[in-house]
Ligand binder design. Structure first.
Ligand code: GDP
Ligand code: CA
Length: 352
């Protein structure tokens, strides 16, 4: 059994941890693990350089969560962490006072930066870091080239000119409180999906979209050339889990991201936004101006979409849009509850 997930940070990591619990029961390897092969393709749109080191928030959240090192209360960063270095850097008026890098976490960024500077790809570097944390999955960055999400803010008036800020500045410093006019994937034009990512999607038995942010986590991954096409073309069923429950993001500010791209914050609207896979053939893909359905973002990527019990009324609308759907409890309160969600996702994909 080969399962590939496209994930952001906290939502993606927590779901994957519950999935691994289920797989250990269903496909046991006799040593407490699973024979199932799980690959997590992580968003790297939140990555940045800070204090001269490369920071990859979503890769690290997945690695720490699955490796048992995560700060559970926070959802990101290391447990038993301190921030002496960040505090001392602030005394030099350097860095972003609203973005703390923990002392232990800094070691990860230093290690990553050293390996990158030695010429390794981010895929190779991530594999190196995972040798320590043993997340039980193959963890892959969506691309080896930097693709950084920036947010266009400002009214475009002299008093409030339009300007581009890094996603983390909008998300962490402003708590997504200033309206985003649009998102830009800086670097995407010269970036490509890695062969490892495309292979993981094309050779999977099942592809899952965990309840990650549909715009700045999964949406960013889908924006990398050829990933949307691969998702549309894979012989594996593709099933997603709604990150929107009862018309709201369970945690975080996904609603602000959805508003910016003109999608309603509802389980139905997000499922329809991903769109049903239709198995278009190559000729259907090329439009008049040479743009493909995929680059235009209209190529559907899912077969199934799980919604929360409280959103059961969305099921008929999703089915009418060609998307198989079921309503089950979608709150990831603990690993057991999350494993139940994973069971429902496998079920919807036809794996019983
Ligand atoms: P980030 O990169 O750390 O923001 O994490 P992700 O993009 O992977 O996940 C963030 C999304 O997870 C948010 O938009 C939430 O709506 C969603 N989420 C968080 N907790 C839960 C939960 O318990 N259930 C569901 N269905 N979604 C959740
Ligand atoms: Ca993220």
């Amino acid at each position: 059994m080969k399962i590939t997930l496209l994930a952001g940070g906290v939502g993606g990591a927590r779901f994957t941890r519950g999935l691994l619990h289920l797989l250990a029961e269903r496909y046991p390897d006799g040593e407490g693990g699973t024979t199932a092969e799980v690959t997590v393709v992580a968003n790297t749109g939140d990555d940045m350089w800070l204090h001269g080191v490369r920071v990859c928030p979503d890769l690290d959240t997945v690695m720490y969560t699955l490796g048992g090192a995560i700060h559970e209360g926070q959802g990101w960063g290391r447990q038993d962490e301190s921030s002496r270095v960040s505090a001392d850097l602030a005394a030099y008026d350097l860095g972003w006072e609203w973005f703390t890098l923990g002392d232990l976490d800094l070691a990860t960024h230093l290690a990553r930066t050293e390996l990158l500077r030695a010429g390794k790809t981010l895929t190779e570097v991530t594999a190196h870091l995972c040798r320590r944390w043993k997340p039980g999955v193959t963890l892959l960055p969506m691309s080896d080239q930097p693709v950084e999400t920036h947010v266009v803010v400002g009214e475009g008036t002299p008093e409030d000119p339009e300007r581009l800020i890094h996603f983390e500045e909008w998300w962490v410093r402003h708590r997504a409180g200033i309206p985003a006019r649009r998102f830009e994937q800086v670097g995407v034009d010269s970036a490509s999906a890695t062969p490892e990512v495309l292979e993981a999607i094309m050779t999977a038995d099942l592809v899952l979209l965990p309840p990650s942010n549909p715009v700045v986590s999964v949406g960013t991954i889908l924006g990398v050339p050829r990933i949307r096409e691969a998702l549309n073309a894979t012989p594996a069923p593709v099933v997603g889990i709604s990150p929107i429950v009862g018309g709201a993001a369970v945690r975080g500010m996904a609603d602000a991201c959805l508003t910016a791209i003109g999608v309603e914050t509802s389980a139905l609207a997000v499922g329809v936004h991903y769109g049903a896979r239709e198995g278009l053939d190559g000729d259907d893909l090329v439009e008049g101006d040479g743009q493909t359905e995929a680059t235009a973002g209209r190529l559907g990527v899912i077969d199934g979409w799980l919604v929360d019990d409280s959103d059961h009324e969305a099921v008929s609308g999703l089915e009418a849009a060609g998307i198989r759907s079921r309503a089950v409890p979608l709150l990831m309160t603990d690993d057991a509850a999350t494993a139940e969600i994973a069971t429902a996702a496998l079920d919807l994909a036809g794996f019983r």
